[in-house]
Write a protein that binds this ligand. Structure first.
Ligand code: NIG
Ligand code: FE
Length: 381
């Protein structure tokens, strides 16, 4: 069964192809053909897109969706001047540990569906609110029910029971915890920042993960300047995330690497922090991604169109750079070559916008423009 999609106002492919009257064919869950309508091959059926815009599905490469409870009171306190700190994570750890698997699964499903309806077709999910062997294992098992892109974040913060023995916790993360979670994880991540883990602890944990076959990525330079970005580059991380603080030497290190620079504008929004200016990253030719960082503490949203609007308004992305970063950039951050673009052989993951241009994603902030979402060639929303 092949389907021809036609009458498209504009088609964003993230490849060189630009078409006056774009059309594409989907077959067996993949893009089988893209081009000008008048040279389209015969297809079994046809979908008229009524002069709307087609974009690749969003690849949301950074999320923490396995948790219970929320931290609305902490958010409210920030509106009255309380600063954000890594310490709040332990509240969610308590709530998560006492939740059932069903509750955690139900919460994650609701967030994955919420993201899907706003155009996210590939999602990464981290553990990091269990912080015991059993709770990290079940977090990753539940995450795997939703995505292949699972990330072990045992090194999120030091849990309360190890407060006076942080090195013992690091040893546990690198030893029995890593052994137990490895079968359920593609990635290993560390929160390298004030109140979490030091650069040396980060190296130790990421190296242990790499030795077990996990791929490295990390939370770097969110709360203060530091060595996180350089540690990521040094260890070949696929992505360094947050990067709210960086200097010229960080840009130089990234420019010489394949590491993606992932901005998380939802975290600046929710923590009332200063937004970084992404322009030096683009000027240096670094691959950039944006992600929603959905989590109960610092960014409780799954909405990638909002991330695009914030990246454009607050971080000096062009609308084109923001959309690329939310799709192809996210795919690069997850080392995925099958998603984030629309060309022959790519997965047929795309959204239909109710507008005649993708520019409206930034131009009409907060308006739901995602009319349809297709994944693997099936309409899922
Ligand atoms: O990516 N920065 C570390 N981890 C999360 C926040 C977690 C929390 O506050 O619960 C983040 O922003
Ligand atoms: Fe995060």
């Amino acid at each position: 069964m092949s389907t021809l999609f036609s009458n498209i106002a504009s088609l964003v492919t993230n490849t060189d192809g630009e078409f006056a009257q774009p059309a594409f064919v989907v077959e067996a869950g993949k893009i089988a053909w893209v081009g000008e309508l008048d040279s389209a091959p015969a297809a079994d059926s046809r979908v008229d897109l009524e002069h709307k815009t087609v974009i690749p599905g969003f690849v949301d490469s950074h999320n923490h969706l396995i948790f219970a409870g929320d931290r609305a009171a902490e958010f409210s306190a920030r509106t009255q001047g309380q600063p954000y700190s890594a310490g709040g994570i332990n509240y969610t750890v308590e709530q998560t540990r006492s939740a059932s698997n069903e509750e955690l699964r139900h919460n994650a499903a609701a967030l994955v569906t919420e993201g899907l309806t706003s155009g996210t077709t590939t999602v990464e999910i981290k553990s990091g609110y269990g912080l015991s062997v059993a709770d990290e294992v079940r977090s990753l098992q539940i995450a795997r029910e939703f995505t292949e892109e699972t990330t072990f974040l045992g090194a999120h913060v030091v849990p309360a029971e190890y407060k006076n023995a942080p090195e013992d916790y690091v040893a546990m993360v690198c030893g029995p915890m890593l052994d137990a979670v490895a079968p359920h994880s593609k990635w290993i991540d560390v929160f390298c920042d004030r109140g979490a883990f030091s650069p040396d602890q980060t190296r130790q944990i990421l190296k242990a993960g790499i030795a077990k076959g996990l791929l490295p990525r990390l939370h770097a330079n969110q709360l203060e300047p530091g060595e996180g970005i350089k540690v990521g580059v040094e260890l070949g991380a696929a992505s360094v995330d947050h990067i709210s603080h960086f200097e010229d030497s960080d840009i130089a290190a990234l420019a010489k690497s394949n590491t993606v620079a992932t901005f998380l504008p939802g975290a600046e929004f929710s923590t009332r922090s200063k937004y970084p200016d992404a322009r030096p990253m683009f000027e240096a030719g670094i691959n950039v991604a944006i992600a929603s960082d959905c989590n109960p503490g610092s960014s409780f949203t799954t909405n990638m169109p909002l991330m695009i609007a914030l990246a454009v308004r607050e971080m000096f992305f062009t609308p084109e750079q923001a959309l690329w970063s939310a799709t192809k950039g996210g795919a690069l951050a997850l080392c995925r070559t099958d998603v984030g673009y629309l060309a022959i052989g790519a997965r047929a993951d795309f959204s239909i916008l109710s507008s005649n241009s993708y520019l409206h994603l930034a131009y009409r902030p907060g308006v739901n423009l995602i009319e349809q979402v297709w994944r693997n060639g099936n309409q899922v929303s």
